[in-house]
Design a protein around this ligand. Structure first.
Ligand SMILES: [Zn+2]
Length: 330
């Protein structure tokens, strides 16, 4: 499953607890649209090429000192396609080795990121004796963009409306089972994706809404019972999930700090049950090694609940049954 970029996780989590400034609002909108575009592309590939299973979505690779982030990789026949997706709006022309947007020259070459990715993968394949061709694809996913490529470029540059035809074309070549290990080879070079560089200022931190945010209505009118957290909107959540989810929200916003009980208590606000919070931290989070005199808190992955606990979602879903214990007993 494709995951939201860290910057988007940060902005979305923060937007529930604070009014975003103008730059943050724009960034959030742009990032949300971009993510939707990528998901649409994933669906297109699933629809047109259901038989292709050799797909990697969103991977960051490090080869020697070069780090590249790649939106999508797929193997069709003997060609590995490296797909860079852009959600740009407007008219883009590539001419005389430079890009123009609505008639103005762009300071950077938007093909460069893709070219670096292609070079890295070619080198990795060479080093591991993988005999596959690598081809770069630049896909513009915004229907409100027009793309004109005047120069001859080795990459495939596609506008939104050209994607289905290109995928249909690929359908003619089927995957060769023999090459399946290319994915595990690439995973050997995988590193964690970029974290946002954004941080809260002290002033912003002061104005942060405290408490447990209802996942249904995104308001903070919640109260706690023994096993459940209730919201005015009628939504009921298992208390264990609500606490873990809220700790993760703290983790996202303060992604550069460890999880500390004191700060978490503040974040949960007046309704916090400190003993329960301590119990949940111990149960689900990894403590950072500390000396007898110095406690360093718990490890912070800095990502939202669904991604942090992907491996344990079954456990948390099964807890949901608790919501109805009381009712069933009546
Ligand atoms: Zn609610």
């Amino acid at each position: 499953m494709r995951k939201k970029p860290h910057d988007l996780q940060w902005l979305e989590t923060l937007s529930k607890r604070k009014q975003l400034n103008e730059e943050q609002r724009w960034a959030l909108q742009r990032s949300q649209k971009g993510f939707l575009g990528e998901r649409q592309m994933d669906k297109l590939v699933e629809t047109f090429l259901p038989e292709i299973t050799a797909i990697i979505n969103d991977i960051t690779l490090k080869y020697q000192s070069t780090v590249v982030q790649i939106d999508k990789i797929l193997l069709v026949g003997t060609i590995v396609y490296i797909i860079d997706m852009k959600f740009y709006q407007g008219n883009y022309t590539f001419q005389n080795n430079s890009w123009q947007r609505n008639g103005k020259k762009l300071p950077t070459n938007i093909l460069e990121q893709l070219r670096r990715a292609v070079r890295v993968i070619e080198n990795i394949f060479k080093e591991n004796q993988i005999d596959l061709k690598v081809k770069g694809v630049l896909a513009f996913l915004n229907p409100e963009s027009n793309i004109y490529v005047e120069d001859t470029v080795p990459e495939k540059v596609l506008a939104f409306n050209e994607l289905p035809l290109w995928l249909l074309e690929l359908k003619k070549y089927s995957s060769d089972e023999h090459y399946l290990h290319w994915q595990s080879v690439l995973f050997q070079y995988q590193i964690n994706g970029y974290r946002t560089k954004r941080q809260l200022t002290l002033e912003e931190e002061k104005h942060l809404q405290k408490g447990i945010c209802c996942p249904h209505c995104h308001q903070f009118n919640t109260w706690q019972n023994k096993h459940t957290v209730h919201c005015e909107c009628g939504y009921i959540e298992t208390k264990e999930v609500a606490y873990v989810r809220t700790i993760c929200e703290f983790g996202v916003i303060f992604h550069n700090r460890n999880l500390r009980l004191g700060k978490l208590k503040e974040f949960f606000g007046e309704q916090v049950e400190p003993e329960y919070l301590r119990y949940i931290l111990k149960k689900h989070f990894v403590s950072v090694k500390h000396t007898p005199n110095r406690k360093l808190g718990h490890e912070n992955k800095g990502i939202v609940f669904e991604y942090w606990f992907t491996d344990r979602l079954d456990y948390f879903n099964q807890l949901d049954k608790r919501k109805f214990w009381k009712r069933a007993n009546i």
